[in-house]
Write a protein that binds this ligand. Structure first.
Ligand SMILES: Nc1nc2c(ncn2[C@@H]2O[C@H](COP(=O)(O)OP(=O)(O)O)[C@@H](O)[C@H]2O)c(=O)[nH]1
Ligand SMILES: [Mg+2]
Length: 314
């Protein structure tokens, strides 16, 4: 099962929020394109300006170079309109995004299906867990949440509140307790309760990289004692507003755990939406979903076409 598309009004609502959220990214790009391409032939200068604009929109140098090269091949020396450029770019960007627009597939042979959620503090782990939980519960599934961010008291409390709100079972322990022991207990509890899904929250203290690596490794080790195929997914949350910094976070977390997919949050308020394209190109990791707000329903499956159009203002 995957996060299914919401009915039309909400989809429209979501699309408009995505457009609005990416507005700051796309306005820069769209205005720039209009400025450069009004009645000009496509020459080296124009291509260079386009490349700079794409880099400034956080698509990264590698993607910018690739897009401009493709573009120059087919249209060099020709008159091109800004609209033509935007449409062509949206198509090229969608082509980069399409392979990674892969929602998280739940394998119901695993009961529970265990999803480990990792990411730097503040990137949206707990909120994303609540959003996924809500969606699964809406589809009639039983969901257990493990409050594995034992480092901060507020983090445990936040997960409890979300659990109550969306109707998930929450397994929590003492603040400062052992996260791996808690994860193990939550897994046993989820099995005993015949939960379909177990979502494990974790701490994200990247400044203590060694501690965090050991903690995550231990969580994985102990849950494998119950089911050696678990965790069945490892989801990394990235805050879009951090821009290119997200690349370093993917690298860092991949050294610690076997990240199987990404969730990019805060696209509703970001001027750095282009980073999603850069991430797709560089890591080729599935983008399970994107976050466009703080509420439980503000998570949607990632659509390559919608995103590309919203980003280019097409
Ligand atoms: N605008 C917006 N805010 C978000 C989104 N996802 C999470 N947040 C907010 O970001 C802050 C940190 O989120 P949280 O889930 O606590 O991050 P964690 O520390 O990784 O667990 C909270 O205030 C959330 O409400 C999103 O998609 N859009
Ligand atoms: Mg949290």
């Amino acid at each position: 099962m995957t996060i299914e598309e919401k009915p039309d009004p909400e989809k429209t609502n979501w699309l408009s929020r995505l457009r609005h959220g990416l507005g700051r990214s796309s306005a820069k790009l769209a205005d720039g394109i209009t400025g450069v391409f009004t009645k000009r032939k496509l020459d080296d200068d124009v291509l260079r300006e386009l490349e700079d604009m794409l880099i400034a929109a956080d698509l990264g140098p590698a993607v910018a170079a690739k897009l401009v090269a493709d573009f120059g091949k087919t249209r060099f020396g020709k008159d091109v309109s800004d609209i033509e450029v935007k449409t062509a770019l949206a198509e090229q960007i969608a082509a980069i995004l399409r392979p990674v627009a892969a929602p998280l597939q739940v394998d119901f042979a695993r009961k529970p299906f265990v999803i480990l959620v990792v990411g730097v503090n503040g990137t949206g782990k707990t909120t994303t867990i609540a959003k996924f939980a809500q969606n699964y519960i809406d589809h009639g599934l039983r969901v257990t949440l493990a409050a594995g961010d034992t480092f901060r008291a507020a983090a445990v409390e936040q997960l409890r509140i979300w659990g109550n709100r969306v109707g998930a079972d929450v397994v929590a322990g003492e603040q400062g307790g052992d996260a791996a022991a808690l994860a193990y207990r939550a897994f046993e509890q989820a099995r005993a309760d015949a939960s379909d899904i177990l979502l494990i929250d974790t701490a994200g203290r990247l400044h203590n990289k060694n501690d965090l690596m050991q903690e995550l490794a231990k969580i994985v080790r102990v849950i494998k004692k119950i089911d050696d195929t678990a965790p069945h997914a490892v989801m990394l949350t990235l805050d879009a507003t951090t821009g290119q910094n997200a690349h370093a976070q993917v690298d860092a977390f991949r050294q610690m755990v076997n990240v199987t997919g990404l969730v990019v949050t805060k696209l509703d308020g970001s001027a750095k939406g282009g980073v999603v394209v850069a991430l797709a190109d560089k890591f080729a990791l599935p983008i399970y979903a994107v976050g466009v707000g703080e509420k439980a329903e503000d998570l949607q499956p990632f659509s390559a076409e919608d995103f590309a159009k919203a980003l280019t203002g097409g």
